[in-house]
Design a binder for this molecule. Structure first.
Ligand code: DMJ
Length: 610
C-alpha cells in the first residue's frame, strides 16, 4: 500500500475485503451485495430482507419482510431532493426563530444556548449547506461567522456563568469552520467566487476564527499537569474544571476527540502546537496503559490515572476510538501508532464486548470491571461505520511499523496477533459491522414510531431487545430519557459506510424508512424538527400532548409521540448530511475517504493533505 497516495485503496486490500464480502454474502440469510467492487454500484436485483432476529417477540410483532429493490434514477433523485427539502425546512425554522443561538426550540419558537452561545447550528450547518448547493444560505452563515461579536472574545456579550464543554465547541464550531474552509476551497474548480462572500480572504478569515476560538480553549491543556485536558472551560474567565458528576475526571471521548481538528488547524496555520497538544494526550493514554486497547471512561487530569473501570463504545467513550483511526487517515496513513492503537482496541472490543442475544441480535455491550452490561447505546451505532472505514482504507495491514516515526512501543504479542491471519480478521470485522448495523436498524424498526431510543438492553432469559424506560436516564422533562429520539446520526452514518463497502441496497432502503419516520413524527409545520420523548408512543408527563395532537404532527395508532422541543445542531450537520450521502447526493463530488476526505465526529469533512 502506498503511503504517498492516501486516496486510493490498494488492489490487494480491495481484493481481500471483496473476498470477505463474498464469503459473508454466501453465509448470510439477509440480502447482500451483488457488486464486484468495494464501492457501491447499481444492482438491478430485487431481494427480500429477512431479519436474522427472531420474529416471535410479543413486544415487537413481526413486520412484513422488507423488499429490497434498487431505486430508479427518478426515485433516487426524488429521495435526494426530499432530504434537501428537509435541510431547508430545518434551516428555515432556525433562521426564523433562533438565529444566533446554538439550537432551535421549534415548538416554543425560540433559541437555546447549550454550547457557549457560539451560534452552533449556523457553524455546524455551513459545510452541509455548501455541499448541497444552498449558496445563499451558506453565504449568510459565513457572513455571520465573520462579523458577529459572539465569536469575538473581546466584544462578546456573555450570559450566565459562561461555562462550556470544550469538546462540543471543538467538534461543532472549530470543526465546522475548518470544514467550511476545506469544502469551499477545494471542492470546485473555482475556489473563490469574487461576486459573493466566498473569497479567498474570507476563507482565510474562517481559519483565523477557528484559531482564535481554539486559543480561547487552550487552558484545558495548559492547566493540566498530565497532558490530559479538562472538559469544561469558562469562556469569560478561562477557568477549567471537570464535571462533579464525572467524579471530577476527564472523559475518554472528550479528551480523545480534539485531535483531527487540531491537526488540521496546525496544517492550515503552520503552528504545530495545536496538533502537539492533541497528540500528546493520546500518547499519555498509551504510555500509562499500553496493554489496554479498551480504555476506561474516566481519567484524572492531575496524574492521568484511570478512575473506575467502566468501558463503553457508546456514551463517554465513542469518538476516542473513532479518532484513533481517523487521525491515522488524516495524517496520510503515516503515523502507524494510531492505526495500531485502533486495531488493538477493535480486537479487544470484538473479542470481549461483542455478544449475540438469544434472538439473534448482535450488539456491543459495556462493562464495569468484570460485570458485563447487556446494553447498547444508539451512540455505539457508529461502530459498524468505523469498522467499514477501517476496511475501506486498508487499516488492517500486516501490523508492521512501516510508517513514519512512532514513539509508541508495539508489543510483540499484539504484533504477532495482527500478523496471524489478516483475512480472518477482515472477515471478522466485516461480519461484526454487518450484524451490528442490522441491530441498529432494528433499534428503529421495532418501535411504534420507527425511531430509535437512546439505548437498548437485552434480556438474558428471553434475548428480547428492549428500549430503555421513558423515565430511565433523565427523561421526562428534558427529552434526554433512555426512550427518547434525539436526531442521532450514528446508524445512518454506518449505513453510508456499509453501502460504500458492500453496495447492498438494504442500507439505502433502511435509511429511507428512517427518514420517513423522521418526517412523520419530528417535522414541525412552522419550521424545524423536534426530537421525541418516547419512541414507543405516549409517554405521559411533560404536558402538551393534547395540544400537539391537534397540530397533527404525525401520530401512529392514535398514540401521541410526545415532543422534546429541540432541533439538535447535528441534525443538519450529520443526520441529514449522512442521509443525503447515503442516497447518493454527493456522488459527483465524492465526499469520502477514497476522494481524500475524513469526516470529523460531527460529519465535518476535513481534507487529507500531504
Ligand atoms: C455528535 O455531537 C457527535 O457525533 C458526537 O461524537 C456524538 N454525539 C453527537 C451525535 O449523536
Amino acid at each position: 500500500m502506498s503511503l504517498s497516495d492516501p486516496t486510493t485503496i490498494d488492489d490487494d486490500a480491495a481484493a481481500e475485503v471483496q473476498q470477505a464480502i463474498n464469503q459473508l454474502a454466501h453465509h448470510s440469510s439477509s440480502s447482500s451485495s451483488s457488486s464486484s467492487t468495494t464501492t457501491a454500484t447499481t444492482s438491478t436485483t430485487t431481494h427480500t430482507y429477512h431479519s436474522a432476529l427472531s420474529s416471535s417477540n410479543q413486544n415487537h410483532p413481526p413486520k412484513p419482510p422488507l423488499i429490497i429493490q434498487p431505486w430508479t434514477k427518478e426515485e433516487q433523485q426524488s429521495n435526494i431532493q426530499a432530504v434537501k427539502d428537509a435541510v431547508q425546512h430545518a434551516w428555515q425554522g432556525y433562521v426564523t426563530h433562533a438565529w444566533g443561538h446554538d439550537e432551535l426550540a421549534p415548538l416554543s419558537k425560540q433559541g437555546k444556548d447549550s454550547f457557549g452561545g457560539l451560534g452552533a447550528t449556523i457553524i455546524d450547518s455551513m459545510d452541509t449547506l455548501y455541499m448541497m448547493g444552498f449558496r445563499d444560505e451558506y453565504c449568510k452563515a459565513v457572513e455571520w461567522a465573520l462579523t458577529t461579536d459572539q465569536l469575538d472574545f473581546n466584544l462578546r456579550h456573555n450570559s450566565g456563568d459562561d461555562d462550556a464543554s470544550a469538546f462540543e465547541i471543538i467538534i461543532r464550531v472549530v470543526g465546522g469552520l475548518l470544514a467550511a474552509h476545506d469544502v469551499t476551497f477545494i471542492s470546485t474548480s473555482h475556489p473563490a467566487d469574487k461576486d459573493t462572500i466566498i473569497t479567498n480572504n474570507n476563507l482565510l478569515a474562517l481559519i483565523q476564527k477557528a484559531k482564535s476560538i481554539t486559543e480561547r480553549l487552550l487552558p484545558i491543556y495548559t492547566n493540566s499537569k498530565s497532558g490530559i485536558p479538562y472538559n469544561i472551560i469558562n469562556l469569560t474567565t478561562q477557568a477549567t474544571k471537570n464535571p462533579r458528576l464525572n467524579l471530577n475526571a476527564s472523559s475518554l471521548a472528550e479528551l480523545g476527540t480534539h485531535q483531527l481538528e487540531f491537526y488540521r488547524l496546525s496544517q492550515l496555520t503552520g503552528d504545530e502546537k495545536y496538533a502537539a497538544f492533541g497528540q500528546n494526550s493520546i500518547q499519555v493514554m498509551h504510555d500509562k496503559y499500553p496493554k489496554d486497547g479498551l480504555k476506561p471512561l474516566f481519567i484524572d487530569p492531575t496524574n492521568a490515572t484511570f478512575i473506575g473501570r467502566k468501558v463503553s463504545l457508546g456514551a463517554v467513550g465513542d469518538s476516542y476510538y473513532e479518532y484513533l483511526l481517523k487521525l491515522w487517515l488524516l495524517g496520510g496513513r503515516r503515523e502507524e501508532k494510531y492505526r495500531y492503537m485502533w486495531v488493538q482496541a477493535m480486537d479487544a472490543a470484538l473479542s470481549r464486548l461483542l455478544f449475540t442475544s438469544k434472538q439473534g441480535a448482535t450488539y456491543i455491550a459495556e462493562f464495569d470491571r468484570y460485570t458485563v452490561k447487556h446494553k447498547m447505546d444508539h451512540l455505539a451505532c457508529f461502530v459498524p461505520g468505523m469498522l467499514s472505514l477501517g476496511l475501506l482504507s486498508g487499516a488492517l495491514g500486516n501490523g508492521t511499523n512501516s510508517g513514519g516515526e512512532s514513539t509508541i512501543t508495539i508489543s510483540t504479542t499484539a504484533n504477532n496477533n495482527n500478523n496471524i491471519n489478516n483475512n480472518i480478521k477482515k472477515s471478522q470485522y466485516l461480519d461484526a459491522a454487518v450484524k451490528l448495523a442490522d441491530t441498529c436498524y432494528h433499534m428503529y424498526s421495532y418501535q411504534p414510531s420507527g425511531l430509535s431510543p437512546e439505548f437498548i438492553t437485552f434480556s438474558m432469559t428471553t434475548g428480547e431487545m428492549m428500549a430503555g424506560n421513558y423515565n430511565n436516564g433523565g427523561g421526562g422533562g428534558g427529552g434526554g430519557g433512555a426512550a427518547s429520539y434525539l436526531h442521532r446520526p450514528e446508524a445512518i452514518e454506518s449505513f453510508w459506510y456499509l453501502w460504500r463497502l458492500t453496495g447492498d441496497w438494504k442500507y439505502r432502503i433502511w435509511g429511507l424508512e428512517i427518514f420517513k419516520s423522521i418526517e412523520k413524527h419530528c417535522k414541525v409545520e412552522s419550521g424545524g424538527y423536534t426530537g421525541i420523548k418516547n419512541v414507543r408512543g405516549g409517554g405521559g408527563g411533560g404536558g402538551g400532548g393534547k395540544k400537539r395532537k391537534k397540530e397533527g404532527e404525525g401520530e401512529e395508532g392514535g398514540e401521541v409521540m410526545e415532543k422534546d422541543d429541540t432541533q439538535q445542531s447535528f441534525f443538519i450537520a450529520e443526520t441529514l448530511k449522512y442521509l443525503w450521502l447515503l442516497f447518493g447526493g454527493g456522488d459527483d463530488e465524492g465526499w469520502d475517504w477514497e476522494n481524500g476526505w475524513v469526516m470529523n465526529t460531527e460529519a465535518h469533512p476535513l481534507r487529507v493533505v500531504g
